[in-house]
Every structure is written in structure tokens, then in C-alpha cells.
Write a protein that binds this ligand. Structure first.
Ligand code: ADP
Ligand code: MG
Length: 609
């Protein structure tokens, strides 16, 4: 029997490889502009026809190619970027597999003109379906002019799978944005069907972001900067105002290369956790610099997924960087009523040793209690009615003591906290949601968000009673428009809003200018707050001005209260506890939800019977 194994002809092998590298016109755009970047171009022009289905043309002023390289560049595994296997570990260029041009030439009609600075004449080469049709000397400017026509002309099955022009063009835009953001010093033009879509002049990162995403974004960018031995981070994060329902502008770059990294993405999102509603996601433009020996870029054919050596430690660095950035501009609320503790997150500086994050002990873990255990139903959670009696007789038992009824007037005499006779009240946070503390009759459980809502509400109402105005200047004034009906209602709220710390003025008809917001404001979005106020007002829920104040305090408290999932420092729990019990209504939120409950010691005891 004769041998049956045969090598595939190059043209077929190239077509198969092309399937990996070139999925759509956007892949062609990506490969070509990355080559231009690698060629040291300072200017790149991209011309597209019919979302790239008819034409993708990339013209650069880079180093160009010699006559021989011009021909060689279309061979598979032909690359000028890797000489030895060691080079693989020190990749700083975009390309290195030497597959792109071979793949593109396998599935399209390609024409390239290229000339090096030192050469008199350049070369022109035409390749169709991997076959060189012609190569000749030609007079042309320095750089490379690459035309890709009729992509998948010889692979109808793949051509059929191309999406509508709008989708394919969106993909092209995405690829261009990534390269453009990573290389703000390179001028770029994008022309689609004879219209300029981008005309980007060279500049810095911030200017490039503004050129790509519009002037408006500028005031919503917070710059971040971290320098550790393991990783450098620079770039910008978006304030909550520019968060989007479906993925904002989200970009990670490593050593000037775009990357996707779901784990690091999570580190960013987590840092926004108490600032953005769960269905919104933040915008960010983060540029990482790391030693090439600590990353592995070769795990994915299109090279957007990258593996790092110490991902857990980097996760922490990213998380802290973002938190710091958000804190810097006061976007983050502090629930600290008396002093400013800032963020007690360890900040890793250059040359410090970085340990992986510690494992948190789950205080909730009970190895003996199964879900639906009969015991759990026996535990009844009673509303606290006489909380002031909770601590009676506990003074010397190393547990909190609460003063009794006659002492309740907030912060009377020179005691300004609610414990007495106890040095260290005990608090434990459960599941980022509850504060636990032992009391005389058992275990007190406080809902952290509801407690904070109550505290803020009381605080807002009392500020509204004062004559003083607590205005705060903001760096980024914002104007809000209303329809005439709504504006009549809003106008009346302005004095109260000012007392709380909003610096607002009426500008022209039906508009206000917000020049400042209170320091502890979380959402930063007065418009949303006022919109929800107007919603209640439409339902006729209040008539008197007193009602209006209460309603305003309520929407503000709801918007600014800490969320579930916020990990609390010991001081923060103390402050919530003190603040809650300094008020007159610690048991229920202004809208009537239970804040505090106690699992009685009897209930605890039955669990062990
Ligand atoms: P890779 O970029 O992975 O090396 P490509 O197939 O994309 O592989 O390109 C092959 C080679 O052709 C490159 O290594 C480079 O030497 C040359 N080349 C491609 N595009 C350009 C360009 N725009 N300017 C100069 N040289 C280029
Ligand atoms: Mg390449």
C-alpha cells in the first residue's frame, strides 16, 4: 500500500491559518496598523470601504521594506521581530508570529507598495490567494501602503458569515481605538466610504481619549498613578457620571498593547462597588508597565489575553489604585462622622514586598448548621423596642453599655459616644451586610445600609433646620435642565439643598447650575436624586413643605447610604452604631424597614440543645 500522508500545499495551509488570525475585516485592520506601529510610523492613515468588505487600506510612514523583504513578508512565519527563541520572552512589539500578512494574502487580493528611506525606488507586489501575481520596482514615498481588497473573495462560506456593515465597522473602530489609545503620539486618520471618521493629531493620553470619545469626557476623568516594583499603572478612571449600563469605555493596556483581563477587570469593578449601582459599569483607561519576563502574551492567537506571574498581588495593586483615585476626588463617600479615616487599604509602594491577599475567615461558617435546619426556624428575630435597656447591667462585662432613656439627648454633657464604661465595644461585620455586636440579651444584628440611611436622613433634616449654609465647591460644575413644571418644584428645594451642602444657582430659564456637592455625597448625581424626588411629587405624596423636606432627605439618604458589600473598618462600624443610637429612631428606616434585631440568648441556647 502506498503512503497516504501528504503535506498540504502552502496556499491551503495559509488559508487554514488565516481562519485563526483573520476572522473579519477588523482583524485585517488590527494586523496592518500594528505592523505600522512596529515599523515606527508617526502617522497612519486607514481607508475603509464598505466596512472593510471591499477595501482595507493602511498607509504609514514607517521604515518600509527592502525588495527582498517585501516578497518575504508574505511567507508564513516570516518575521523580522524574532531572531532567537529567547526573543519570545522579551516581546515588546505587536507582531512576532509572522503569520498576519501570509494569512491576509491567503483570503484576499492584496497590493503593497513599500520603500525604505535609504532606497531610491520602492517595490510594488500583488498577491491573490497566496499567489504572487507580480512584483516590480516603483517610485513611492517612504513607508508602506497596504491595500486589501475583497476579503474572503475565495472563501465564500466565510464571506457569508460577515455581519452587517454597521457591526463590522464597529469592530474596526474598536480595533483602531485600542491602537490609538496605546499610541497617542502617532497621528491617525480613519476614513470610511470617503468620509473622515477620526482625524487624530499626536498628543498625550488625555488628549487622545478626548479626541476619540468627545470633549465631554475630559471633566469626568480622574488620573491614577502607581509605581510598584511589580507593576506600574498610569491612566485614567471615569467618574460615576460616565458609567454605562452596558460596559463603558474599558481599556487595559500592558506595555502599550491592548489586553483583556477578566480578573483584573473585577478588581476595578470591585473598587466602584459602593459608588455605582450594580447594573452600571465604569469607564477606565489603564496603562500597565511590567517586566516582559513576568508576562506571557502567547496564550491566545490574537494575543489579547495575557497571563501575569503574580495575578493576586496585582489584583490588590489595581484595586487600591482605583480606590485611591476615586477617593482623591471625593467621589467616594465617607461614612465617618467625626474624623476622616480615609481608606485603610494597604498601599503598595515600589520596592516593598507584596504578599498575596489574606484569606478572610468566614465568621458565618457553622459546620453543624445545615440549611433548613429545624433550629433556624426556631430563632425568631424581634424588633428592638426598648433598645436603651439592652445594655443594662453589662457595664463590667466587657460589652457595650447604652445609657438609659434620660440620657438619650444626643451627645449630652461631655460624653459624645454612646458607650460608657467599656473601652472596646465588639463589632463584627457579616457578609458585607450586617454589623454584629453582643448585647445583654443576645446578639444584636444591624443592617448596615439601612442604619446609614437612617443616620443620613436625620442628619439632612437637622441641617435643613439650621440657618447655616454648608456649601462645597466642586471642580466640575454641572448644569441641569428641567421642564417648566418640574422646575417650579425644584426651585423651592434650592434653599434646603444649599443647607445640606449643595452649591446651586439658578441659571436662566428652567436650569440650575450645580457648583458643589456635599463632601459625603456618593452618587455625585444630583439629577438622578432630583428625578426620583420629582417622581414622588408627581404621585402627590406630599403637600406641606415639611413633607417636602422629609421627602428630599429621604431620596438623598437612599442615594448616599453605603451599600451592601462594603467592607467596614472597625471605626466605621463604631460610627454607624453610635450615629444610629444617637438618633431617636434607631429601629426603623424613614421608609419603615427594620434596621436592628436581636437574636436572644435563649434562641442561641436552643441551637445547642
Ligand atoms: P509579524 O508582524 O508577526 O512579524 P507580519 O506577517 O504581520 O508578521 O509581518 C511580517 C513582516 O513584514 C514583519 O515582521 C515586518 O518585518 C514586515 N512588515 C509588515 N508590515 C510592515 C510595515 N507596515 N512596515 C514595515 N515592515 C512591515
Ligand atoms: Mg504583524
Amino acid at each position: 500500500m502506498s503512503d497516504i500522508i501528504r503535506l498540504l500545499p502552502d496556499s491551503v495551509a495559509n488559508q487554514i491559518a488565516a481562519g485563526e488570525v483573520i476572522q473579519r475585516p477588523a482583524s485585517v485592520v488590527k494586523e496592518l496598523i500594528e505592523n505600522s506601529v512596529d515599523a515606527g510610523a508617526s502617522s497612519i492613515k486607514i481607508i475603509i470601504k464598505d466596512a472593510g468588505k471591499t477595501l482595507v487600506q493602511v498607509i504609514d510612514n514607517g521604515c518600509g521594506m527592502s525588495e527582498k523583504d517585501c516578497r518575504m513578508s508574505f511567507e508564513r512565519h516570516a518575521t523580522s521581530k524574532i531572531k532567537t527563541a529567547d526573543d519570545l520572552f522579551a516581546i515588546r512589539t505587536m507582531g512576532f508570529r509572522g503569520e498576519a500578512l501570509a494569512s491576509i494574502a491567503a483570503i484576499a487580493q492584496v497590493e503593497m507598495r513599500t520603500k525604505r528611506f535609504e532606497d531610491e525606488l520602492g517595490s510594488r507586489i500583488v498577491v491573490e490567494g497566496s499567489e504572487v501575481i507580480l512584483q516590480e520596482p516603483i517610485s513611492c514615498p517612504q513607508g508602506t501602503n497596504f491595500m486589501v481588497k475583497n476579503i474572503f473573495y475565495n472563501v465564500p462560506a466565510r464571506r457569508k458569515f460577515l455581519k452587517a456593515d454597521t457591526t463590522e465597522f464597529k469592530n474596526i473602530i474598536n480595533e483602531i481605538q485600542r491602537v490609538a489609545l496605546a499610541n497617542p503620539d502617532i497621528a491617525m486618520i480613519l476614513n470610511h466610504n470617503n468620509e473622515d471618521v477620526y482625524n487624530l493629531s499626536s498628543g498625550n493620553h488625555r488628549q487622545r481619549i478626548v479626541q476619540l470619545f468627545g470633549k465631554n469626557i475630559n471633566q469626568h476623568l480622574v488620573s491614577v498613578n502607581t509605581d510598584t516594583s511589580m507593576l506600574k499603572i498610569s491612566g485614567f478612571i471615569g467618574k460615576p457620571e460616565i458609567a454605562r449600563k452596558k460596559g463603558g469605555e474599558q481599556f487595559f493596556f500592558i506595555n502599550n498593547r491592548y489586553m483583556r483581563h477578566p480578573y483584573f477587570y473585577n478588581a476595578v469593578v470591585k473598587a466602584y462597588e459602593n459608588i455605582l449601582p450594580p447594573d452600571m459599569s465604569p469607564s477606565f483607561f489603564l496603562f500597565f508597565e511590567a517586566d516582559t519576563s513576568t508576562i506571557d502574551i502567547n496564550i491566545h492567537p490574537t494575543k489579547t489575553e495575557i497571563k501575569f506571574e503574580e495575578e493576586q498581588a496585582i489584583y490588590q495593586i489595581i484595586h487600591v489604585t482605583i480606590k485611591e483615585g476615586l477617593g482623591k476626588f471625593n467621589v467616594m463617600a465617607s461614612i465617618d462622622f467625626n474624623q476622616n479615616t480615609g481608606f485603610a487599604v494597604p498601599y503598595v509602594k515600589k520596592d516593598t514586598e507584596i504578599r498575596p491577599p489574606e484569606i478572610r475567615v468566614n465568621p458565618d461558617f457553622n459546620p453543624f448548621l445545615k440549611e433548613n435546619s429545624p433550629y433556624s426556624t426556631k430563632t425568631h428575630h424581634t424588633a428592638v423596642k426598648h433598645w436603651e435597656k439592652l445594655y443594662e447591667g453589662l457595664k463590667n462585662e466587657n460589652t457595650p453599655d447604652i445609657r438609659n432613656e434620660s440620657d438619650i439627648e444626643p451627645f449630652s454633657e461631655n460624653e459624645n459616644y454612646i458607650f460608657s464604661g467599656v473601652e472596646q465595644p465588639q463589632f463584627l461585620q457579616l457578609k458585607g451586610k450586617y454589623i454584629l455586636t453582643p448585647v445583654k440579651s443576645g446578639l444584636m444584628i444591624i443592617d448596615q445600609r439601612r442604619a446609614h440611611e437612617r443616620i443620613l436622613y436625620d442628619n439632612y433634616l437637622s441641617l435643613m433646620q439650621e440657618e447655616k449654609v454648608h456649601s462645597q465647591k466642586s471642580l466640575f460644575p454641572e448644569s441641569i435642565n428641567f421642564n417648566p413644571d418640574d422646575f417650579e418644584i425644584i426651585k423651592e428645594l434650592i434653599p434646603d439643598l444649599k443647607k445640606i451642602g449643595y452649591d446651586i444657582e439658578i441659571i436662566g430659564k428652567n436650569s440650575i447650575m450645580v457648583n458643589g456637592v456635599p463632601a459625603n455625597e456618593i452618587s455625585g448625581d444630583l439629577k438622578t436624586i432630583l428625578d426620583s424626588f420629582l417622581e414622588t411629587s408627581q404621585s402627590g405624596a406630599f403637600s406641606t413643605s415639611e413633607n417636602k423636606k422629609e421627602q428630599l432627605a429621604l431620596v438623598l439618604a437612599k442615594s448616599n447610604a453605603i451599600n451592601y458589600g462594603k467592607m467596614l473598618e472597625y471605626e466605621e462600624m463604631t460610627n454607624i452604631f453610635n450615629g444610629l443610637f444617637a438618633g431617636l429612631n434607631p429601629n426603623f428606616t424613614p421608609s419603615g424597614k427594620l434596621i436592628v434585631t436581636i437574636v436572644s440568648i435563649n434562641d442561641v441556647e436552643t441551637l445547642f440543645k
